[in-house]
Design a protein around this ligand. Structure first.
Ligand code: DGT
Ligand code: CA
Ligand code: CA
Ligand code: ZN
Length: 586
């Protein structure tokens, strides 16, 4: 069996991870990482290149990596990977997930203290050994310990993108099987929540099919443990440590079960009460009349054939799954049928992206072409500003050069009839006092400024608020970037009164982004009600550091839908001309 593109990419990625842990040269690490990325995004089957012996025609695949791939194809093993597997103990790889512990220090601790598991690491932090290593110290040790605690605390949940990587392949392996009449992923995943506890899959099938469907499910290649198997429900654990529940219900019960297992619990509670108020009882099996004593009369079912039907019976229009959180959706859908939420298709441009000028991995041209390929009409390029030295922030000189490059590219697009434009932006650090990172005469030259905090996120609430208020009020700020700076399941964001900032942003006609990176999804959808009330604009921004990063936009769209944003309040659903007007209206 030949290897797939994805398999080869993930082998290369594994090499790059192990190299980091072995303290290997940084450029080598990046080379493997970049090759992995390119191969993942490759349209053609990589085996064509392997057969033609022209792997090096693929951008980012150099001679030596090509040899590694040929060897993999020939022998089923990649020698460089095997080498590093010998050098790096298995447990160490897990350490990469500890934020605040870089691969270099991981290697040092492992080498000097002779340990390789998280348990051992915790012990050595507690007995002071880690702190006593040169270049580490008490402060670093504390930080690592805290990260481990966070990690363990949050292991019960995972990010939406991680859940997707598990749920979709399992869903795909089931959906075309004989006997599957309907299938959906339900639960928090269907609601588009930013973190997922377990994955809930629901199938409609006749009873005599159930056993064989469970057989397929429990023997899926990702499954490492079968947690339970009953008549209608089976639960497994995948190799990522995630639980997946599969429920198989009778075809006539599917819609009611889907509604029930989509949740949220809070939404369901209100639905059940609405049913009772109308002389009915709603449960996971269906909708039934109530007896005179107020019990469910299972002999008197109320007919329905879809979730939509059930909502109608409860005097509601269909509530999109993202909104089923009991946060005002009932008031809306009692009245409105077409309370329109933004969709993936509405997105016309890419705002907030980095290039090699700062810490992005691709040139401006490559980023622009990736946008064009995906059908977008504009790119709002925003490299880091000068204070973000660690991320290659731009000096004033560099900005001038970058502007020239963008002017050239825009000219070229125009002359070659490409309907595409690059906006000159910057992601300016918000300094401690809330000011932006350049003098006004420089800020003036940009088409737009995204203002973001990257340092001192943990200032006391009132100081942080003053800082953010100043940034929003600054006339050059058009978009506030990832307002809390949170990293989901890893780091809490700044302590802020976001409702106040949402109102202030609306007042100053500044947008607050929904950072679509699945690690962030910041601003949180829970402030959507306030944003709706005051008419705040958002922009669904990928914060892309690679061309692939652009494809994070759909995560942001899901969060925008959860936050009740319609197309009219999402900046990058607008035409380039309208966006320019928004930028100029400062
Ligand atoms: P998660 O897994 O923690 O991310 O969140 P969910 O919402 O997927 O929760 P889960 O997996 O426990 O249950 C899936 C859905 O099933 C949930 O959203 C609503 C429904 N459900 C489960 N248990 C109950 C319950 O005790 N009462 C009600 N009303 N609904 C429940
Ligand atoms: Ca769930
Ligand atoms: Ca569940
Ligand atoms: Zn950024």
């Amino acid at each position: 069996m030949p290897f797939t593109n994805d398999e080869i990419a993930s082998t290369l990625r594994e090499v790059s991870k192990l190299m980091q842990l072995a303290g290997e040269n940084r450029f080598k690490v990046i080379a493997f990482d970049k090759a992995a990325q390119t191969i993942e995004g490759l349209q053609e089957d990589i085996n064509e290149y392997i057969q033609n012996k022209n792997l090096t025609d693929i951008k980012g695949v150099g001679k030596s990596i090509a040899e590694d791939i040929y060897a993999l194809e020939k022998t089923g093993q990649m020698p460089v990977l095997e080498d590093f597997k010998e050098k790096v103990p298995e447990g160490l790889v897990e350490w990469l997930n500890i934020s605040g512990l870089g691969p270099k220090n991981a290697y040092k601790i492992h080498k000097e203290l002779g340990i390789s598991t998280i348990e051992e690491l915790k012990e050595k932090i507690d007995d002071g050994s880690v702190a006593s290593l040169s270049g580490l110290g008490q402060k670093s040790a504390e930080k690592i310990k805290k990260s481990i605690e966070w990690m363990e605390k949050f292991d019960e949940r995972c990010r939406l993108d991680e859940a997707e990587a598990i749920a979709i392949p399992i869903f795909e392996s089931l959906k075309n099987l004989d006997g599957v009449q309907q299938i959906e992923i339900a639960g928090s995943f269907r609601r588009g929540l930013e973190t997922i506890g377990d994955i809930d899959i629901l199938i409609a099938a006749e009873e005599d099919r159930i056993s064989e469907l469970f057989d397929v499910f429990t023997s899926h290649e990702r499954v490492t443990e079968i947690l339970g198997r009953g008549d209608t429900k089976s639960s497994v654990r995948t190799k990522e440590g995630r639980q997946v529940d599969l429920r198989i219900v009778k075809p006539q019960e599917f819609s009611a079960a889907l509604m029930y297992f989509t949740g949220s619990k809070e939404h369901n509670v209100v639905l059940r009460q609405r049913a009772r108020d109308r002389g009915m009882s709603l449960n996971e099996y269906g909708l039934f009349k109530l007896t005179d004593d107020g019990d469910t009369d299972f002999d008197a079912p109320v007919e329905f054939s879809s979730e939509n039907d059930i909502y109608q019976k409860l005097d509601l229009h269909f509530v999109p799954p993202e909104l089923r959180e009991d946060r005002g959706e009932f008031e809306i859908y009692e009245e409105q049928e077409d309370f329109e939420l933004v969709t993936d298709e509405d997105i016309r441009g890419v705002i907030h992206a980095h290039s090699t000028w700062s810490d992005g991995k691709y040139s401006i041209r490559e980023m622009a072409e990736a946008c064009i390929e995906r059908g977008y009409e504009y790119l709002g390029l925003t490299d880091h500003s000068k204070t973000a030295a660690y991320a290659g922030g731009l000096s004033v000189d560099e900005i001038k050069q970058q502007w020239e490059e963008i002017d050239e590219l825009n000219k070229e697009f125009k002359e070659t009839g490409k309907d595409f434009v690059i906006f000159k932006g910057i992601e300016s650090d918000i300094l401690a006092d809330g000011s932006l990172d350049y003098e006004d005469n420089v800020l003036e030259g940009f088409d737009f400024v995204i203002a973001s905090v990257h340092q001192s996120l943990n200032m006391p609430r009132e100081e942080m608020m003053e800082r953010m208020r100043n940034a929003i009020k600054n006339p050059y700020t058009r978009i506030l970037g990832h307002p809390t700076g949170r990293l989901l399941l890893k780091r809490n964001g700044s302590d802020l009164d976001l409702n106040e900032l949402v109102a202030l942003a609306a007042e100053y006609n500044t947008a607050i982004e929904i950072n679509a990176n699945p690690h962030r999804l910041d601003i949180d959808w829970r402030f959507g009600n306030k944003a709706l009330e005051v008419g705040m604009m958002t922009s669904i921004n990928p914060d892309a550091h690679t061309t692939e990063g652009i494809d994070d936009i759909p995560y942001g769209v899901r969060i925008a839908r959860k936050g009740k944003y319609g197309k009219d309040r999402v900046l990058n659903t607008k035409s380039a001309e309208e966006v320019r007007k928004f930028f100029e209206a400062r």
